[in-house]
Design a protein around this ligand. Structure first.
Ligand code: CAO
Length: 423
């Protein structure tokens, strides 16, 4: 049995944020029914296409373990089918532009009328307030949530990160909201509305920078490299390059091969507790007793010199040799892994963090597996559905329509023309 077995999700999500959430719930065992516009489907099916005629990796990697029904709720029959889905399911998840669900005739009030136990979960760009009606994409959220202003180098422009903290990050937040609401429903018998705003999700992940914003009032942020370099602070948390956020100085340093390999680098933290071991490992034992080098505060104005010296050592080793050498001494280091290296990592495949999936139209491809491992609820990643692949079975097996009703629903145009062929 899986953790969320028996939970039915009406998945009205598209693009990335919502689908991340419902894919997680599907991995945990929920029956996720993805409702897609007939003949069109989730826009990402046709975005960044690499295999002509097949769903894109953008779509497939966000929609595993789901079933797809083509359904147009703007058609009268389609509306009735959607009403039956609302009555049958436990959770409705959506990330349409603000107001789209209301325009379809499915306001929160209407949903509660149809099914008081329904949990209605939404991703929106912003929470209530002056921007609540805005459409929002990943990088907008990274900027509005405080991430971009605090990412990058002091002398450069704000930078967005490759980690999709606005979309996938908010999807994760929403998934937690949903399972929490399901838990509360056990006690109250009632559903509730769950909102995860992308700005809020990004800020939640950037909280250390809001911490630093407040610390600025008490004086300069001494663990930031600019302090040791004598550069004054302004009135907002600055960009800190690759400084480590936790107060222990850290930098990205070159390793053997950096001249030709853009990822021949290591992250290196001069953790105070292992300072003496660092001195020994890099061949600078004199620092252990040298005046002005013994304690972390004394070293703050010497970080450039210290990291330059450490880099002289890391440049003699590959990033993996640095890891192998430093790990036994508890010196925190980490190789800068390229996506190529990650894709080929046997360990990640062994744990199911990276999985190979077979797809009838695109063949084999790699995807991320479930990043959360549970001892009593295993995850088997199942390929994403073709558009409308499960329309018939959802109408009959899940919603209980008879064959003749199925035919008349099809005649009405509510579910599109043809059932996609899997093979
Ligand atoms: N049948 C018929 N119509 C359907 C349908 C279906 N099965 N599913 C959706 N639609 C309609 C909606 O009703 C809506 O119509 P109206 O505008 O007439 O009400 C329309 O499709 C498009 O919805 P949308 O406005 O959400 O889509 P968009 O591509 O214009 O905007 C996005 C995309 C992501 C910017 C917007 O949905 C949004 O802001 N979502 C919330 C924030 C979010 O999740 N952002 C992250 C997305 S991942 O990068």
């Amino acid at each position: 049995m899986k953790a969320l077995e028996g939970v039915k999700i009406l998945d009205f999500t598209h693009v990335q944020s919502g689908p991340t959430c419902t894919q997680l719930l599907a991995w945990f065992g929920a029956d996720v029914i993805k409702v897609e516009r007939p003949g069109v489907g989730d826009a990402t099916r046709k975005q960044l296409v690499d295999v002509p005629g097949a769903d894109s990796l953008y779509f497939t990697m966000l929609n595993h373990n789901k079933r797809s029904i083509e359904l147009n709720p703007k058609n009268e029959t389609g509306k009735q089918v959607l009403e039956r889905l609302v009555k049958t399911c436990d959770v409705l998840v959506e990330n349409f532009a603000p107001g789209a669900l209301d325009r379809m005739g499915f306001s929160w009030e209407r949903i509660q009328e149809l099914n008081p136990r329904m949990i209605m979960a939404s991703v929106k760009g912003f929470g209530p307030g002056k921007y609540e009606d805005c459409k929002v994409y990943e990088n907008v959220a990274q900027c509005a949530g405080g991430s971009a202003s605090t990412t990058g180098f002091l002398d450069g422009i704000p930078v967005v990160t490759g980690a999709q903290i606005g979309d996938s990050g908010t999807g994760l937040h929403l998934a937690l909201g949903i399972v929490t609401a399901l838990y509360q429903r056990e006690q109250t018998g009632r559903g509730q509305k769950v909102l995860a705003a992308m700005q809020d999700g990004v800020l939640n992940l950037c909280r250390v920078k809001l911490r630093d914003q407040q610390r600025l009032k008490a004086g300069p942020l001494t663990e930031y490299s600019q302090y040791g370099e004598g550069i004054p602070f302004g009135d907002a948390t600055p960009r800190a390059g690759n400084d480590s956020g936790g107060g222990q100085p850290g930098r990205i340093l070159k390793c053997k091969g950096w001249e030709t390999d853009p990822n021949a680098y290591t992250y290196f933290i001069t953790q105070a507790a292992v300072w003496e071991k660092i001195c020994d490992v890099i061949g600078a034992p004199e620092w252990k007793t040298k005046e002005g080098y013994a304690t972390p505060p004394e070293r703050l104005d010497k970080l450039n010199e210290i990291f330059d010296r450490i880099e002289q050592w890391t440049m003699t080793k590959t990033k993996f040799e640095v890891m192998d050498t430093c790990n036994p001494f508890d010196i925190p280091v980490g190789p800068i892994l390229s996506m190529k290296e990650i894709a080929e990592d046997e360990g990640l495949r062994a744990t199911g963090t990276i999985v190979e999936v077979d797809h009838p139209k695109r063949g084999k491809y790699l995807s991320v597996g479930c990043p959360i491992k549970m001892s009593d609820s295993s995850v088997e990643v199942v390929r994403s559905p073709l558009l409308g692949e499960h329309t018939d079975e959802i109408l009959t097996d899940v919603l209980g329509y008879s064959q003749s009703e199925l035919e008349s629903i099809k005649q009405s145009g509510a579910v599109g023309q043809a059932k996609a062929a899997a093979e």
